[in-house]
Design a protein around this ligand. Structure first.
Ligand code: HSE
Length: 326
């Protein structure tokens, strides 16, 4: 293990997909990379590269370090000092699962470093407890579309293969929205009729995605549990949710807790440029600058590379140079 270096490439994720609050997630073709090994110096070194990562602690209070220690503790192995390097293309606090991807990366890399003592299910349980909901972590860990339920003790899940024609257009506003703040906007109680509405929409959405009936998405990607209450935090959102299908989207939702807006698109659509303009202009009229990105659902979870001996030399940034967005 002493000269082993692990590199994991972990997908971003979108949670909820509209009605499936805290239960539906989909992995996206946007990634973070995490490298983990024993430090040559014998002392912990943590290097973070990527936009918005300044200010994150680089000592043993770092989330990735702490999550890795949970794996070692369960495996009954002591590794107090680690070399950790991370590069992320996933924007922070925008609703694209950056923290879930960091947690999944840390769990997967630490598990690989000590020879895979924990099962993926065990990693899923730990990740769900840490995040407080299984949607983002499930998608980052298993890839594809993950339907999950958590009772506070155990999370169960079914993974679905995303339809080959599904494409994703996200509009990422140029402001941050902490999940905690977006969860604070939610009421303690909702009308029974709204709960029924969401059960119907979410069930129909899962059935539509599982059976490939993409034309049903627009009837199913509707929500009364969280999006209406979060609307005030994201100017322009309501108009996008109501009108995106008129501009060629299969459906639209707030991505996770926001502020990113997500539309599902048939890859064969001839109206992609029109939809992109609609998103940018609608947010623009509401005073919000946003960056759009065309993504695909990512069908797989973390890609793990194990380097040994001489091949483990070189920096993470050099190794992933051709793969990153920037
Ligand atoms: N399901 C969560 C929410 C995702 O909407 O608050 C955010 O991480």
């Amino acid at each position: 293990m002493t000269d082993r270096k692990i590199i994991v490439k972990v997908p971003a994720s979108t949670a909820n997909l509209g009605p499936g609050f805290d239960t539906l997630g989909m992995a996206l073709s946007l990634y973070s990379w995490l490298e983990m090994s024993l430090p040559r110096s014998g002392k912990t070194v943590i290097e973070l590269h990527g936009e918005g990562l300044d200010g994150i602690p680089l000592d043993k209070s770092n989330l990735i370090y702490k999550v890795a220690q949970l794996v070692f503790a369960e495996a009954d192995i002591e590794i107090p000092e680690l070399h950790i390097a991370m590069y992320s293309d996933i924007p922070l606090t925008r609703g694209l699962g950056s923290s879930a991807s960091a947690i999944v990366g840390a769990l997967t890399a630490a598990n690989a470093l000590v020879g895979f003592p924990l099962t993926d299910d065990r990693l899923f349980q730990i990740a769900t407890k840490l995040e407080g909901h299984p949607d983002n972590v499930g998608a980052s860990l298993f890839g594809g579309i993950v339907v999950s339920a958590w009772d506070g003790e155990r999370a169960e899940k079914v993974r679905l293969d995303p339809h080959g024609d599904l494409e994703v257009l996200v509009a990422i506003p140029a402001f941050h929205l902490a999940t905690e703040k977006a969860r604070h906007a939610l009421p303690a109680h909702i009308p029974h009729a709204d709960a029924v509405f969401n059960v119907g929409s979410s069930s129909l959405l899962v059935a539509a995605l599982a059976s490939g009936k993409l034309e049903l998405i627009k009837h199913a990607m509707r929500d009364r549990l969280h999006q209406p209450y979060r609307a005030a935090l994201i100017p322009g959102m309501q108009e996008i949710l109501i009108k995106a299908t008129e501009y060629g989207a299969l459906g639209a939702a707030l991505s996770g807790a926001g502020p990113t807006l997500l539309t599902l698109v048939d890859t064969n659509s001839l109206r992609k440029a029109e939809l992109e303009q609609f998103l940018i202009q609608t947010l623009g009229r509401a005073g919000i600058k946003a960056e759009t990105m065309w993504l695909k659902p990512c069908a797989t979870g973390p890609e793990i590379t194990i380097l040994q001996g001489e091949e483990s030399g070189g920096s993470l940034l050099e190794r992933i140079k051709g793969e990153v967005r920037a």
